[in-house]
Design a protein around this ligand. Structure first.
Ligand SMILES: [Zn+2]
Ligand SMILES: [Zn+2]
Length: 368
């Protein structure tokens, strides 16, 4: 193993990332050193680089990565599922380590809500041990307590990275929290990675019809070509919300509205529009609001009158990550995930970030 690894470091908000080297420590008991093969860039990384969330700097960004075992710390013999783990094994890992002791972790069993979660690429400083704690790097030091998964048979690194954090996030929200029954009509608001992943899980759940309301056109075209979504409504072409509503409702049984609305847009106003699209006695999941963009007017009367069930869902825990990994072969058999990926070498990380920010690519992936 080389004694150092390079990583893309955020030193100051709104500034380009700087590729720097750091030494690779020997793994302590319970830790694992992974060589990273592919690292995904997520919309959250753009927000982080602009200081939209409270994070420390300097920081190696990146919370989506897949790689292989370079070194096992003393005592590490198996992955999170109990499978034997050896140097060279292809692995993926959850981006966060919950404390495992607090009210949220233990009493509620909702580990994504842990107050003191450590999150790779988000709150682990580059100027503190073990330094290599983000995905935009040639290697990462996986701290004791990390949930590490040997890639199941039939799962490739490309499958894991194509949907990135959106995959397990959608698994949590769509499969675990909301649930979709075979034959239901689903509206997905948003056509970024979370929208695509949620639409894929709606299809996988047996939805009769998946209506994507999103944009820009290039993203909807990609979704259509991949077979993701049955109906695609472009919010930029149809920029009048009332017209969009009429178009979407016309695609639901007898115009009653969607059985399930999945908000994956990240725009506060989408929530009011989503409530309008749900049928009476329907369900709605607010999944896309990862950045706090402030309050938005909604009509609460509709929630009561329609007897709506509203759900929220934050990130993903180990069980959602594993569920998603296990679902990937079925997803990949039906959808050409490779089409989501645009590859960049680590040295072009700032170009990749700019292309993500501009919506020119669906999933920029750094190749190491
Ligand atoms: Zn993300
Ligand atoms: Zn906790």
């Amino acid at each position: 193993m080389a004694a150092t690894a390079r990583g893309a470091v955020l030193h100051a908000f709104h500034e380009p990332l700087v590729v720097e080297s750091a030494p690779l420590p020997e793994p302590e008991p319970g830790a694992v050193i992974a060589r990273i093969d592919l690292a995904g860039i997520c919309g959250t990384d753009i927000h982080l680089s602009h200081g939209h969330l409270p994070i420390p700097t300097p920081l190696i960004l990146g919370h989506e990565a897949v790689g292989h075992v370079a070194a096992l710390g003393p005592g590490v013999e198996r992955d999170f599922t109990g499978a034997p783990l050896a140097v060279g094994d292809a692995i993926a890992w959850t981006s966060s380590i919950p404390c495992g002791r607090c009210h949220w972790c233990v009493v509620e069993g909702e580990r994504t809500l842990c107050d003191t979660r450590r999150v790779y690429g988000i709150n682990q400083r580059f100027d503190q041990f073990p330094r290599l704690s983000g995905g935009f790097a040639e290697a990462i030091y996986l701290q004791p307590g990390s949930a590490i998964f040997k890639l199941p048979a039939g799962v490739t690194p490309e499958m894991v990275i194509a949907l990135g954090c959106a995959g397990p996030t959608a698994y949590h929200g769509v499969i675990d929290v909301t649930g979709i029954k075979a034959g239901e009509t689903v509206v997905v608001q948003g056509s970024g990675p979370v929208g695509i992943a949620s639409a894929i899980y709606a299809h996988l759940s047996g939805a009769a019809r998946v209506i994507i309301v999103g944009g820009p056109q290039s993203r909807l075209d990609l979704a259509r070509e991949m077979g993701v979504g049955d109906v695609h409504i472009d919010i930029f072409t149809v920029d009048d919300p009332a017209a969009r509503r009429a178009m979407a409702l016309a695609e639901t049984p007898v115009g009653r509205g969607a059985d399930v609305v999945l908000e994956c847009a990240g725009v506060p106003e989408a929530v009011a529009e989503g409530i309008d699209l749900a049928r009476r006695n329907g369900r709605m999941l607010v999944l896309g609001q990862y950045t706090d963009r402030g309050p938005t007017p909604i009509n609460p009367h509709l929630i009561t009158k329609k007897q709506l069930t509203l759900h929220g869902s934050w990130a993903f825990a180990e069980r959602h990550y594993l569920g998603h990994l296990n679902a990937l072969p079925a997803i990949a058999a039906r959808f050409d995930l490779e089409r989501l990926i645009a590859r960049y070498p680590l040295d072009r990380v700032n170009d990749a970030m700019a292309d993500m920010a501009g919506g020119r690519v669906m999933k920029p992936v750094l190749t190491m």
